[in-house]
Design a protein around this ligand. Structure first.
Ligand SMILES: Cc1ncc(COP(=O)(O)O)c(C=O)c1O
Length: 370
């Protein structure tokens, strides 16, 4: 594979007028009661920081989160919980999952549905299993078999949609029924409440980081698919840090939307190995925060993601292709620069590694044995 130059866009819509309010973290009270909850680690990477000319480089390692290999369970669990509590009509008393399952019994039999590039759907299926529901997960054509197997391993029935992730989202929306609840991490006209709670769920990551880092980061770098994670990042950091989001060159819907000044669709095929970022359309409820709070959009090719996977392995972080994207984008931003781009050198930088080796065969080919 020949490397393709990255694209950088200094966000013309960035606002510094406090228009993005910092939100309260409500989700942590749920996550702390989950079986096996522990804050994920932050890894200090002094050698990489020195190589890149940074004051420090901290990597928040989301390769293991509540028993799953990505951060996505934080949003899926909070969204499912809020959805069910709203249905129940009151917040029940509960201490552990068994209590919660019993408290939700009056809701009867339900099926949870989600479209996914892998991680969100697996997380929704996991929640369904914990709470005793069925789940049906829709994936785009070409989804790695390891990812499909992992979702089926949570007891879900998996449907491969002949099309892109965006097609899978449309197909999942059509399944909604009284006893079939769609739990999407992206939003569309008329469907905003659940994805709003998904964004809220991700705030647990940043609440942990506040307690883990002695000094707040000056630059925060995250991967972007539909932009829910980016919106949560903006809600936490926009007032005091430079925010960089990273997408694949072939599915840079954030970068193209920022350039256009409104959400625009990027047509498929979206075939990057950064599978979690293969999204052609931003989430409409994430967009106001993303467009006002992100400083720099960076789009990278697959070779950059592979290099970042190898870089992360040197500091003991096992990152999947999507998980490594943020570091790939940071490297690209430092190397390429862009007119008007913030100077990143000498800064304290935080990178989110959002996923472990969710496709182990690919991981062994790119990096070696984990
Ligand atoms: C591992 C991983 N990182 C990042 C993202 C991007 O998150 P969002 O779609 O909220 O932008 C995804 C989305 O599926 C993902 O699976």
């Amino acid at each position: 594979m020949r490397p393709v130059a990255p694209e950088l866009l200094v966000n013309p819509g960035r606002r510094h007028d406090g228009s993005v309010a910092r939100s309260e973290v409500r989700s942590a009270q749920l996550h702390r009661r989950f079986p096996g909850y522990a804050p994920t680690r932050v890894v200090d990477a002094p050698a990489l920081a020195a190589e890149l000319g940074l004051a420090s480089l901290s990597v928040k390692d989301e390769s293991r989160r509540l028993g799953l290999p990505s951060f996505k369970i934080l949003g899926a669990s909070w969204a499912v919980y809020r959805l069910l509590v709203d249905r129940l009509g009151h917040e029940p008393e509960w201490r552990d999952i068994d209590d919660l399952r019993a408290a939700l019994a009056p809701l009867g039999h339900l099926t949870l549905v989600a479209a996914t590039d892998g991680n969100h759907g697996r997380a929704v299926a996991h929640m369904a299993r914990l709470l005793g529901y069925e789940s049906r997960i829709l994936v785009p054509a070409g989804t790695a078999s390891a990812r499909v197997d992992a979702i089926e391993g949570e007891g879900a029935s998996v449907t491969v949609v002949d099309g892109t992730y965006d097609d899978a989202v449309r197909a999942s929306a059509a399944l909604a029924a009284d006893d079939v609840l769609v739990v999407s991490d992206t939003s569309w006209e008329g469907y905003t409440e659940v994805p709003r709670t998904v964004i809220e769920g991700y705030a647990t990551i940043f609440a942990e980081i506040d307690e883990q880092l002695a000094a707040a980061p000056e630059v925060v770098v995250v991967p972007m698919g539909v932009g829910a994670l980016a919106a949560a990042t903006v809600q936490h950091y926009a007032s005091h840090a430079t925010i960089i989001v990273v997408e694949p060159l072939s599915a840079a819907c954030g970068l193209h939307s920022a350039a256009a000044g409104r959400p625009v669709a990027v047509p498929g095929p979206h075939d990057s190995i950064m599978a979690g970022l293969n999204c052609g359309m931003v989430s409409i409820i994430a967009w106001p925060a993303v467009s006002a709070g992100v400083d720099l959009f960076v789009a990278v090719d697959d070779t950059a993601a592979e290099q970042a996977m190898r870089d992360l392995a040197t500091i003991g972080v096992v990152a999947g292709e999507t998980g490594a994207a943020a570091l790939a984008g940071l490297r690209a931003a430092l190397a390429a620069g862009a007119a008007g781009a913030p100077d990143l050198r000498g800064r304290r930088v935080l990178v989110l590694c959002t996923e472990g080796a969710t496709d182990p065969v690919a991981y062994r080919r790119i990096v070696g044995e984990p």
